[in-house]
Design a protein around this ligand. Sequence first.
Ligand code: ADP
Ligand code: MG
Length: 293
Amino acid sequence: AIPLVVAISTAISAQKGLLIRNRTAFEEARKITAMVFDKTGTLTEGEFGVNRIRVLVPDMDEATFLSAVAALEQPSQHPIAQGIVREAKKRDLDLPAISDFQSITGKGVSATVSGRRVLVVSPGYLKENGIEQPEDAFGSGAETVVFVLFDDQMAGYVALADKIREDSKEAVQRLQQSGIKVYMATGDNQKVADAVAKELGLDGVFAEVLPDQKVTIVKDLQAQSGPTGRQFVAMTGDGVNDAPALAQANVGIAVGSGTDVAAETADIILVNSRPTDITNLVEFGRATYQKMI
Ligand code: ADP
Ligand code: MG
């Protein structure tokens, strides 16, 4: 006979946009007391549009600058990279050939472009390497800014913006109504993180975090006491950089539109990339459990 919970979980998951990879995950979902969401591609759509480009190399025009940056970003799966490549295509730019492409997970990318070592990196990378940020990088709005280095020298930046997913707010509110603390951990800058946290009414936010720090955030929460003993922590993410934290969490949840690495590591996959599908699962799990006891 098929155990009741398995039968129920299969039925609900098919209907609710969930793919359950680990049979115990359905039962575990009702025990969640803390949820950590990744930002980009998870609470937000991960569809970046380019707002501003600033070239700091004397005598270099914006088209040449953007071509180099887009050429470097082309092999990257990151939503920022895809936004930059789309912008270059929109402008009909020819992209130069690149070599020695390397991805610096959660920090950026690098390659040799037209004889120069080019890096596109996060504010956190600049901080780590003692490179000064251009003064006007952060305008009044909450933008995601990536910095461009040519042979280790500041060459300019690209400012982009993303949109919060339509049902993120509802998902957060309903999780909180279920007594779950909702946090966000992002590699993006503090200003963007704070704007999203405020919009969604989050209980806490961790910004400019490196991939291994996401694991630490999950571990630290697991060590805290919650309503029923230690916090029972779920992590939801989409990126390669989220995979270690998904593995560390009591319940790992991957966004369907995300990377294969995240999906392979997770217990649950959100097939339609909708955060409210998690909320449904938690609420359903709790209701079902109450009926069974
Ligand atoms: P999040 O945690 O919000 O999903 P990530 O950890 O994936 O963000 O990325 C963290 C930061 O690293 C980004 O905000 C960006 O500054 C930088 N970054 C990562 N990959 C790239 C890339 N391909 N191009 C430019 N910047 C990148
Ligand atoms: Mg992400």
